[in-house]
Design a protein around this ligand. Structure first.
Ligand code: 7PM
Length: 259
């Protein structure tokens, strides 16, 4: 899954997204590098980020979705927690919902069921603006797993099929380095639930905490973390550096095959 950010920090001026051409170009590059899914996000659940309303989020993402759809039938996911954005994005041709709030909005569950699309349920402790202040768990693996299973079961009870549910421990979302490493080391436990697992580790600050590199110099470490997640059962990897990750996965698969 290649990351396509359409937040104003990266592409726009004054909160109004203007970089459709640039975003479409970036989407083409991700595809050419071997991305199987493009994740379009305009809300920014990033630590410390300001929230945006539905209209503003749609003004950012819908033109980009249209532009990608005009050139390609690649599966697109929409990174949002708002039912209205989910609906309008799927109407524009989006195939999957990626929700860092795991469909906790009161009408999000019914919206995804009615849309009939797969959904990524991500764990987050606290809220983006404050979640990294003092993350705290008695047993991080158990708490994250229990939360995700509760959300998955709520989805199934609402009529979303199990095959449409993807679980994501939410690396860096209300977690310190030891929490993140514990979750990654034990990721197979989450995969053993039978639901597909997604891991998003690409360029995250947990890498800086280990090797003190600025964001543009975290590619190699990101690939190492992606491989660690894949080895522990992750079916989807949400990454910025698609070419490097695909190369690493291809040779890893050959080692596994032994031929
Ligand atoms: C700053 C900090 C900028 C964090 C961007 C981020 C995930 C996600 C994000 C994830 C799923 C990033 C994050 N991370 N959705 N959205 N899983 N499902 O690295 O780990 O892009 S935002």
């Amino acid at each position: 899954m290649g990351i396509l950010n359409v937040t104003p920090d990266s592409f726009s001026d004054g909160g109004r997204f203007i970089g459709v051409g640039r975003a479409a170009e970036q989407a083409r590059a991700l595809l050419q590098q071997g991305a199987d899914i493009i994740d379009v996000g305009g809300e920014s659940a990033r630590p410390g980020a300001q929230s945006v309303d539905e209209e503003q989020e749609c003004r950012r993402v819908l033109p980009v979705i249209d532009a990608v759809r005009a050139h390609s039938s690649v599966p697109i996911s929409i990174d949002t927690s708002k039912p209205g954005v989910m609906r309008r994005a799927v109407e524009a041709g989006v195939d999957m919902v990626n929700d860092v709030r795991a469909l906790r909005d009161p009408s999000a569950l019914d919206t995804v069921r009615a849309l009939g699309v797969p959904v990524v349920l991500m764990h987050m402790q606290g809220e983006p603006r404050t979640m990294q202040r003092s993350p705290c768990y008695a047993d991080v693996l158990r708490e994250v797993t229990d939360f995700l299973l509760e959300r998955a079961h709520a989805c199934e009870a609402a009529g979303i099929p199990a095959a449409h549910i993807v679980l994501d421990p939410g690396f860096g979302f209300g977690k310190n380095l030891v929490h993140n490493l514990t979750l990654l080391k034990q990721l197979q436990t989450l995969a053993d639930t039978g639901y597909a697992v997604l891991a998003g580790l690409s360029r995250k600050s947990m890498i800086a905490q280990m090797i003190d590199r600025p964001v543009q110099e975290r590619v190699h470490a990101s690939v190492a973390l992606a491989l660690a997640a894949a080895a522990r059962g992750a079916a989807l990897l949400r990454v910025h550096d698609v070419a490097a990750t695909v190369d690493a996965l291809r040779v890893t698969a050959r080692v596994q095959a032994g031929r």
